[in-house]
Ligand binder design. Structure first.
Ligand code: ZN
Length: 140
C-alpha cells in the first residue's frame, strides 16, 4: 500500500526533515522490520539522507547547491526554474531505507529530508512500506 505525505515548504531552497512523518506511517502499519521506499512526486524537489543534528548542515547543503547551480542566462526552459530541475536531478527523487524495530534504520546523526528547490510550494511524497507481513496481506 502506498501512503502520501503532503508538506508545505516555506523557502525557495530548503531541506525539510521528514523522518518523524515517515516513522508515523511505519508505526501505523505496525511494521517492525522491512524496508521503505520514499519518492517525491515532483521535478524540482529531491529526497536525501544527511545530518539531522546540526541545522547548519542542511543550510550549508542548500547554500552549496545554490552556488553550484545558479540561475543562468543559457537556460532555455520557459518556466524559468531550470536551476531547480538540475538540483533535483543531482539529489535524486527517492531513497530506499531499512526498517528495524519499528523505526527507520538510520545512523546516529542521520535524518531523511525532502529537498525543496523551487519553493514555497506544496509537495507530495509517496511512501511504500514493505515487510514480509504486508506482502502476505497484499496477496489476499
Ligand atoms: Zn520547470
Amino acid at each position: 500500500m502506498i501512503h502520501y505525505l503532503t508538506l508545505k515548504s516555506r523557502e525557495r531552497t530548503e531541506l525539510i526533515d521528514i523522518t518523524a512523518r515517515v516513522e508515523e506511517l511505519i508505526a501505523a502499519a505496525h511494521t517492525t522490520s522491512g524496508c521503505c521506499d520514499v519518492f517525491v512526486l515532483h521535478t524540482t524537489a529531491g529526497i536525501t539522507v544527511n545530518e539531522g543534528a546540526d541545522p547548519a548542515v542542511k543550510r550549508d547543503i542548500s547554500t552549496c547547491l545554490d552556488r553550484l547551480v545558479p540561475d543562468a542566462h543559457y537556460f532555455t526552459h520557459a518556466e524559468g526554474n531550470s536551476a531547480a530541475h538540475v538540483k533535483a536531478s543531482m539529489i535524486g527523487v527517492s531513497q530506499r531505507l531499512l526498517i528495524d524495530k519499528g523505526k527507520l534504520l538510520l545512523g546516529t546523526w542521520q535524518a531523511l529530508y525532502l529537498c525543496e528547490f523551487d519553493g514555497p510550494r506544496e509537495r507530495r511524497v509517496a511512501v511504500r512500506i514493505c515487510s514480509a507481513k504486508l506482502l502476505q496481506q497484499e496477496k489476499h
